[in-house]
Design a protein around this ligand. Structure first.
Ligand code: ADP
Length: 273
């Protein structure tokens, strides 16, 4: 294996007592975790520097423009939107680092997926209206359930629908579809927006990765939304995937293992019948 990945050690003190203790440690995983943590810190400090520097400049500009109420108003508005973005960034950094630390959910419970989708859509009603985007929801009428965390699943759907709204032009439509079969619950978020170039598709789930940084910034994006979705799906034993074509739009699909009805809840079958 080579000492890159395995470290093997013998406890010498144990030899005189007639046995040998062999310690075998796989360092690959711990090294990877360490590297991920270090990269994350570098990314985070870089991402925080920009809005903080922007706010410092804006506060100086407000001070200098104190005799011009119109300019003061303009700079204050920009300062407000920067601070909203900064607090969202901090919130999402905390959320992502929590998800990265624990790969499993603490206390999964039975979650009604349709209520997560409806909560997410309720949150975004005003955003969609402001951007003149129609959001439609279709489902087969059943109420599929999964084991998981209601708040996290709502966040995952909200992130996808928010992106669908933000990367689409006014007058277009976003369709959210809930499907279920015996084993899988799927949530599809389809837009008629800008689409994503094929070469970028592999990278958009990386934290802080943006195809068009200026557009992401304009819509208050943090570059963390899809990384959060990816981790939430993984923590639920599921996955997220994307189909997209430039100029045609995108469809993001979350697939989660369906919760199976407990034995006692299943219809009783009389073996003599
Ligand atoms: P952001 O906060 O920048 O939206 P995300 O992690 O949510 O960050 O998304 C990463 C990048 O993927 C975005 O910056 C954008 O370029 C691209 N993207 C995500 N969703 C869509 C979509 N529905 N249509 C087009 N591009 C998208």
């Amino acid at each position: 294996f080579g000492n890159e990945r395995l470290s093997i050690g013998v406890r010498a003190g144990a030899l005189d007592r007639g046995f040998v203790l062999l310690l075998i440690e796989d360092r690959t995983q711990s090294r990877r975790v360490e590297e991920t943590r270090r990269d994350f810190l570098v990314n985070v400090s870089h991402e925080l520097k920009t809005p903080v520097a922007g706010m410092t400049l804006l506060s100086e500009a407000i001070d200098e423009a104190r005799d011009d109420p119109e300019a003061v108003h303009r700079f204050s508005e920009r300062m407000r939107s920067e601070s909203v973005r900064l607090s969202r960034l901090v919130q999402e950094i905390i959320e992502l680092s929590r998800l990265q630390v624990s790969e499993n959910l603490e206390q999964p419970v039975l979650v009604d997926v349709e209520s997560c989708v409806r909560d997410a859509l309720d949150h975004l009603r005003m955003v969609a209206q402001d951007r003149e985007i129609t959001v439609a929801f279709t489902s087969s009428g059943e109420r599929p359930t999964v084991y998981g965390d209601q708040h996290l699943l709502t966040t995952a759907v909200r992130n996808l629908v928010e992106n669908a709204i933000n990367y689409s032009d006014p007058g277009t439509r976003v369709t959210v579809t809930l499907q279920a079969d015996a084993d899988l619950v799927s949530i599809l978020v389809k837009d008629q927006g800008s689409g994503i170039p094929a070469v970028e598709l592999d990278r958009i789930f990386e934290r802080f990765y943006r195809v068009d940084a200026a557009r992401s910034r304009r819509t208050g994006g943090t570059g963390l939304g899809l990384a959060i979705v990816k981790h939430i799906c993984a923590n639920h034993g599921g996955e997220v995937s994307v189909w997209s074509e430039e100029g045609q739009g995108s469809t993001f699909t979350i697939r989660l293992p369906a919760a199976h009805a407990p034995e006692e809840a299943q219809p009783h079958q009389n073996p003599q019948e």
